[in-house]
Design a protein around this ligand. Structure first.
Ligand code: ZN
Length: 250
């Protein structure tokens, strides 16, 4: 009888920061596991802002993009409010067909220069979520471009037109954290803020209805993920992150 190896333990993330900007492709990306961690941090008095690169307008099969954009932006604003986030920016990039490259880095750099965060949180940008669960193209493009934009933001000669228009360079981001990565190294205990995370996912009712998953229960779904990560930290529920330090030799 062979034993299945347990996933490695996760180290608690460094929470000695004041401002975090979460940069994700779609409304709902934060709510599938990370929002409970956000609720914990806003509860500690930290500032957390959300940047939605698209408005998820191509995400509901039975709804035209113009209508879906309006519905999904409203759901995301409500969802963010549940976990103490009152700044949600929508960058209006095209849902489903984002391209990694200079154009995407430019808009993300402006966001980072505008909000001047200590930590930037993005979604998993590896090829899979583990096993054969394939990742999605927009997530990969956004994660990679975010990592680059954090560096671009500190260099006044990259996207210099933004500096000329009054956005100061910002090189203060200590690390980028990719949520839910199969290469996660760290975790956050979300036991006390778990319920807020569930409520924030439930705010995406039109999107959830549009998925057409019968009898799908947001609480049950988040419990499954949260417990599996929690086991790696010795707590009931947790959220996982791949921590990418932005210094050299950290
Ligand atoms: Zn997504």
């Amino acid at each position: 009888m062979s034993e299945i190896p347990l996933p490695p333990p996760l180290e608690p993330v460094d929470e000695s920061w004041g401002r975090a900007l979460c940069v994700v492709a779609h409304p709902d990306d934060m709510e599938f596991g990370t929002a409970a961690a956000v609720a914990r941090w806003t509860g500690q008095g930290k500032w957390v802002g959300y940047t939605m690169v698209t408005s998820g307008e191509a995400g509901i099969d039975g709804m035209e993009p113009d209508e879906a954009r309006r519905v999904r932006e409203a759901e995301e604003v409500a969802s963010a409010a549940v976990v103490g986030v009152d700044v949600v920016d929508f960058l209006g990039q095209p849902d489903g067909i984002l391209e990694y490259g200079v154009a995407l880095r430019r808009v993300l750099t402006a966001e980072i220069r505008r909000h001047r965060p200590d930590v930037v949180i993005t979604g998993n940008f590896r090829d899979t979520f583990g096993g054969r669960n394939l990742n999605q193209a927009d997530h990969i493009a956004v994660g990679k471009a975010t990592l680059d934009a954090v560096r671009d933001a500190g260099n006044r000669w990259v996207f210099h037109e933004q500096v000329e228009e009054g956005l100061e360079p910002w090189g203060g981001v200590k690390a980028v954290w990719a949520a839910g990565s199969p290469d996660s190294t760290h975790g956050v205990d979300t036991t006390d803020s778990f319920d807020a995370g569930v409520e924030s996912l439930k705010a995406h009712q039109a999107y959830i209805d549009g998925l057409g998953w019968e009898n799908w229960d947001p609480a049950e779904f988040l419990e499954g993920i949260g417990r599996a990560v929690g086991q790696r930290m010795g707590v009931a529920f947790a959220a996982s992150f791949e921590v990418l330090p932005m210094g050299w030799g950290d």
